[in-house]
Write a protein that binds this ligand. Structure first.
Ligand code: NAD
Length: 434
């Protein structure tokens, strides 16, 4: 089968490379010519474990190619997967301008039956909008189906998540489109991945409801962490005791600076916006967003307290990506925290194993270090902002020698408070007794 994946970002590139690995012929399409030129050389423009190898192998074996010529890609493909960005618009709703651009290109260039699939996270009703847009703009009338196939991969574990997902969601009304998509995912069918086949609007909503629920777990445990600090309980013990209950589950019960990244912040806002548009209160998701927004100033306050103020202080920040194993700094709590502490008069030395280039563009005014120990040099406090594995086993003797004062603020609760104190550090975590 020939398919086109339009948008070669985190989702589109992983999707294209993984389908190629399944034996499908994939054309990755992007309007960013520089990105396409890079991909054609087998180079991946961001860090995702294993992706460059997967892309390279499938290019060499002739199943994966890249182009900025959307016409050629649409003409050649039975399935066109839309994987472009749906960023937050000015009013909190998802901005669908890239999705519309692709739908119009499909309408202009289709030369026979096509299945047009949204993999981007799109608001409920987008499938219907795409159907109308294509039907009204076809250069040469041809039949087509519109389907929704939301993506649930996590950056940093994207290939594994794509190859072994918990479920595949297909939203389509047309049996031919459902059959084609099932065929595309056949290798996952064979390993007994559950398939949820439903209508388009329910599929679109499954994605938003899932992200809103996961964000709720994070804001919930952050609120509990705050209460733990007030009553002298340890949120680690609380989360473990809760999470062992199968009805609750252990995942997403890690307190910290709040959720970030390119999905949860924009998707929770979009859910709230959609509820309001329908005259619904959206109370719970509104509170989730509010709790999350309060986390950054809370973390800044925690750092200020530990460092004895911010003005004139030099602080070491470890981790800039919004989570480990990615170079993605979009909506990264670390970046937001740095902006606030710099605005309050502190200087920052930062280090991240993969996200330094991206961070330099967002934060040109801070110092970037060679490694974690270099970052700590002469600093009044060390802050762990992202829990990269590299930061889980730091040499604390070396760190103590590098720092001006033995102060550690662990926003990801990586270390054991008693151990850190025994090593002679003034150690602060989130939701744990200090
Ligand atoms: P991204 O910004 O990394 O990539 C989007 C790509 O689309 C860019 O390379 C851009 O140049 C390209 N593009 C935009 N308009 C185009 C057009 N008209 N023609 C061709 N290419 C075009 O975005 P992403 O992180 O991959 O996210 C894509 C979608 O997937 C979003 O809706 C997002 O919410 C959703 N999603 C993301 C993740 C994630 O972890 N990043 C997970 C699940 C779902």
């Amino acid at each position: 089968m020939n398919i086109a994946v339009v948008g070669t970002g985190y989702v589109g590139l992983v999707t294209g490379a993984c389908f190629a690995e399944f034996g499908v012929n994939v054309m990755g399409v992007d309007k960013d010519e520089a990105k396409i030129a890079m991909l054609r050389k087998g180079r991946v423009p961001f860090f995702e474990p294993g992706l460059e190898e997967l892309v390279g192998r499938n290019m060499r074996e002739g199943r994966l190619s890249f182009t900025s010529d959307v016409k050629a890609a649409v003409e050649k493909s039975l399935v066109v997967i839309i994987a472009v960005g749906t960023p937050q618009g000015a009013d909190g709703a998802a901005d669908l301008s890239f999705v519309r651009e692709v739908a119009l290109s499909v309408a202009r260039h289709m030369n026979g039956y096509k299945v047009v699939v949204t993999k981007s996270t799109v608001p409920m009703g987008t499938g219907a909008m795409i159907r109308t847009l294509i039907a009204g703009n076809q250069a040469h009338p041809a039949p087509f189906s519109v389907a929704s196939n939301p993506e649930f991969l996590r950056e940093g574990a994207a290939i594994e998540d794509f190859m072994r997902p918990n479920r595949i969601v297909i939203g389509a009304e047309d049996p031919q489109a459902i059959a084609i998509l099932k065929d595309l995912y056949n290798p996952l069918y064979l390993i007994e991945t559950p398939f949820v086949v439903t209508d388009v609007v329910s599929a679109e909503m499954i994605k938003y409801a899932s992200n809103a629920f996961l964000a709720t777990k994070i804001s919930f445990i952050n609120e509990m962490a705050l209460l733990c600090e007030a009553v002298g309980a340890d949120v680690h013990e609380v989360a473990r005791g809760m999470g062992l209950d199968n009805r609750i589950g252990r995942k997403f019960l890690h307190p910290g600076p709040g959720y970030g990244g390119s999905c949860f912040p924009k998707d929770t806002l979009a859910v709230l916006r959609m509820a309001k548009e329908k005259g619904l209160p959206g109370r719970l998701v509104g509170a989730v967003i509010e709790v999350n927004d309060e986390q950054i100033p809370r973390m800044v306050e925690k750092i200020a307290r530990a460092a004895g103020g911010l003005k004139g202080k030099k602080l070491c920040l470890l981790g800039l990506a919004f989570k480990p194993n990615t170079s993605d700094t979009r909506e990264s709590p670390a970046i937001r925290i740095i902006r606030e502490i710099v605005a309050a008069g502190a200087r920052v030395r930062a280090y991240d194993p993969a996200a330094m280039d991206e961070a330099r563009q967002a934060l040109p005014g801070i110092e970037y270090a060679e490694d974690a120990y270099d970052a700590a040099r002469g600093c009044d406090a060390l802050v762990i902002a992202t829990e990269w594995n590299q930061f889980r086993n730091l040499d604390w003797d070396r760190m103590k020698a590098a720092l001006k004062a033995p102060v550690v603020v662990d926003l990801r609760n990586v270390y054991d408070p008693r151990h850190m104190r025994a090593l002679g550090f003034r150690y602060t975590a989130v939701g744990r007794p200090s």
